[in-house]
Design a protein around this ligand. Structure first.
Ligand code: GLY
Ligand code: MN
Ligand code: MN
Length: 445
């Protein structure tokens, strides 16, 4: 891990320490492997809050943060520390099968975390004498309940002991407090999201060169995934949505197994992850290389909503207001071409909100709901959002003229809130209808 990254994670541990205060401790568990079937597991992915604080990507770990210092017994010695990383024990046999483990001896040197022990020792932390010094224990409660394997037992012991001595402490979920921290990104994080976006844009451009009638949605999916790796990404940020024609009206369509015809629009909602940070792009392309007049009519309405909403992104504006603007632009557009008499019915065709925060998670785990206090809805420099208006007409929508039915259009960009307004991190990806057609007309020899 380079110095910039070490300093980033260290600064986040410090920030959390200051927020919880000296009369509290936080114990944040990392993820465990998840079983797929029989003895096969899903690829391991670290919990993002844990990663945010440590940069550590091994399973079965936990982090203790004690702003007021704790005293731990280490053999006959007493250790005073403000942070402990609990890690898997070294195990030669298991490392032969699954790869090297860092081991607690190397934590300080590699991760810059003050002190480390093996994960089995985490329950030893808790005793009445220990906890009587602290008023609050912060835990990642919802996440720790999902842990599997050895950690399930370790966590269960931990919670049982905590339960016995719980009356002396208040137990609080740490997710909200970390979520608020995560809502504003540092330069380090913005660089990662930019890179994830750049990789994704490069890959979409490869798709524009090859897309043609007769291809299958999964061919596009696998090409995209190939190019994410080729351009330096590590894995997909989320399961790609590659949806031809009416499939685009299923918002989380994931089968990606249908053939594309020249009549179809193809909605691609996919992006790469880079160093644990995500991008999130949607573009809608005509499979034939040319929009039909009715496809273009709807496309232009969605594009207008996308552009007008992006223009609005700046500090002090409420995200929910941008959502309302999107609905207004979409409703006005449909009303103008006679598809929507009652503008209040726009939700029937726009289906989803204007966007979400993005960062370590695609739908970043930050408090941003409009039902929260206003400070979580108000944009600040360093926030990164998606702007993704869409319109969807299924074949069943008999009130819509036939020529418009069976299409879904969404245009999604990643937008950084800056001091003076915003920067679109996916701006290199074309979205003007004419530019899309032009790019699709260029074929590599
Ligand atoms: N890719 C999921 C979304 O756009 O929110
Ligand atoms: Mn999105
Ligand atoms: Mn998306």
């Amino acid at each position: 891990m380079n110095k910039i990254q070490l300093n980033f994670h260290k600064s986040k541990r410090k920030e959390l320490s200051e927020l919880i205060g000296k009369d509290s401790i936080a114990v944040i568990f990392g993820n465990t492997l998840r079983n797929k079937s029989y003895d096969g597991d899903y690829l391991f992915k670290q919990y993002k809050n844990f990663y945010y604080l440590t940069g550590f990507t091994e399973a079965d770990s936990a982090l203790l943060i004690a702003p007021g210092e704790v005293t731990l017994n280490s053999g006959s010695k007493k250790i005073k520390t403000k942070e402990v990383l609990y890690v898997q024990p070294k195990d030669e046999k298991m490392e032969t099968w699954n790869g090297k483990r860092l081991g607690y001896n190397n934590v300080r040197k590699v991760l810059g975390i003050e002190y480390s022990e093996v994960n089995e020792n985490i329950s030893r932390l808790l005793s009445y004498h220990f906890l009587k010094n602290y008023r609050r224990v912060y835990l990642n409660i919802a996440e720790l309940l999902k842990l599997t394997g050895d950690m399930k037992r370790i966590v269960s012991d931990f919670l049982n002991i905590l339960n016995r001595i719980a009356p002396h402490t208040e137990i609080i979920d740490v997710s909200y407090i970390i979520g608020k921290m995560r809502s504003v990104k540092t330069e380090y994080e913005i660089e990662k999201i930019k890179k994830a976006s750049e990789i994704s844009v490069n890959s979409y451009n490869e798709i524009l060169k090859i897309l043609k009638p007769g291809m299958t949605e999964f061919e596009i999916q696998t090409e995209l995934e190939y190019y994410y790796r080729f351009y330096g990404g590590e894995e997909v940020a989320y399961h790609p949505i590659v949806a031809g024609g009416e499939n685009a009206c299923i918002l989380h369509y994931e089968k990606n197994d249908q053939k594309l015809t020249g009549k179809h629009l193809l909605l691609i909602d996919s992006a790469s992850e880079y160093n644990y940070y995500c991008s999130d792009i949607t573009r809608t392309f005509p499979v034939s290389g040319k929009f039909t007049p009715e496809q273009k009519e709807i496309y232009e309405i969605v594009l207008k909503a996308n552009k007008e909403c992006i223009k609005k992104v700046k500090p002090g504006v409420r995200f929910s207001e941008i959502g309302k603007l999107s609905e207004k632009v979409l409703a006005d557009g449909l009303n103008k071409i006679g598809l929507l008499k009652d503008k209040s019915e726009i939700k029937k065709y726009s289906l989803h909100g204007i966007g979400h925060h993005i960062g370590l998670d695609t739908h970043d785990a930050v408090p941003s709901s409009v039902t929260e206090s206003s400070d979580t809805d108000t944009l600040k420099p360093g926030m990164v959002l998606t702007i993704e208006p869409g319109l969807y007409f299924t074949k069943e929508m008999k009130e819509i003229p036939l020529k418009y039915r069976g299409m879904g259009i969404r245009i999604e960009d990643v937008v950084l809130v800056t001091k003076g307004g915003n920067e679109v991190l996916t701006k290199e990806m074309v979205k003007e209808a004419g530019e899309v057609e032009e790019k699709m007309s260029i074929t590599d020899l």
